[in-house]
Design a protein around this ligand. Structure first.
Ligand code: MF3
Ligand code: CO
Length: 259
């Protein structure tokens, strides 16, 4: 069952999205050469609390950090550590916030100071593919329309879609139905999109081959060929008027409250 959110739930999801996107921006601005990923994680945790939210990831399936921080060839679910990021690295930040019982989930990839133009271009295409995908989040379309839009944008530019991880419904829980693959997986019966669905759309794109593996820490997903990877994500609401992005700073609650 795909839960269609009621108006009061959508209002809460906007607030959660406002906090998640504001903290994502703040964390991205905090990234600079020489800073450790643990410092980034702690800072993000403080900002989430400041706005009255809680990390939606900390403790989820025993995940040990406030946010996910994935450097260079790390695709997603990277763990904070004493590692210091350096000029030329790229850092994917994934921030999930619970506020008033509902979750906002978003991600971005930033260069530390600057990076190789070829890598920058991959980041731009990944973000573009996110917007192409969410542009298909229209009532009457199917989930696979989102998947195909992302896939064609990424592959037309010569990059690879990671297949093992997917976007998802989101609400009271981080992961709800439906799953949203970032490629056409050929499965029949793709769900029809309806107003009131809230979806996290999140392409993960590799500069090289698509294959990934999980490190010994049981969390960090890396590109097997060691080449850089990018990740962008928004939480959106399907409406009759088209997709509404919930993870935007304009949705930040004016008065933080305890959740
Ligand atoms: N945005 C990611 C996802 O939807 C973050 C989950 S990280 C976890 O899978 F730690 F919570 F698992
Ligand atoms: Co997500």
């Amino acid at each position: 069952m795909i839960h269609l959110k009621k108006d009061h739930e959508i209002a809460a999801m906007r607030l959660a999205g406002g906090v998640a996107s504001t903290v994502l921006r703040e964390a991205a601005a905090f990234v600079q050469p020489g800073i450790s990923t643990l410092e980034i994680d702690q800072y993000a945790g403080e900002r989430i609390s400041h706005y009255g939210g809680k990390s939606a990831f900390l403790g989820y399936r025993n995940y040990p950090c406030q946010i996910c921080i994935s450097v260079n060839e790390e695709v997603v679910h990277g763990l904070a550590s004493g590692r210091c990021v350096q000029f030329g690295d790229i850092v994917s930040l994934d921030v999930g916030v619970r506020y008033d019982g509902y979750i906002g989930d978003n991600a971005t990839t930033v260069a530390v100071g600057g990076c190789d133009p070829a890598v920058q271009r991959m980041m731009e295409v990944t973000e573009k593919s996110l917007y192409e995908g969410l542009g298909q989040a229209l009532p009457g379309n199917k989930v696979v329309d989102i998947s195909r839009a992302i896939q064609s944008c990424v592959e037309a530019n010569g990059y690879s879609i990671v297949r093992e991880f997917v976007g998802h419904g989101v609400g009271k829980k981080v992961h709800e139905e439906p799953q949203i693959a970032n490629f056409d997986d050929g499965s029949r019966g793709s769900p029809v999109l309806k107003p009131g669905m809230t979806l996290a759309i999140e392409p993960m794109v590799n500069l090289g081959q698509r294959h990934v593996e999980v490190l010994e820490d049981d969390w960090t997903v890396v590109a097997r060929d060691g080449l850089p990877s990018a990740h962008y994500e928004h939480t959106i609401l399907v409406t009759d008027g088209g997709p509404e992005i919930l993870t935007c700073p304009e949705n930040l609650p004016s008065e933080p409250r305890e959740s």
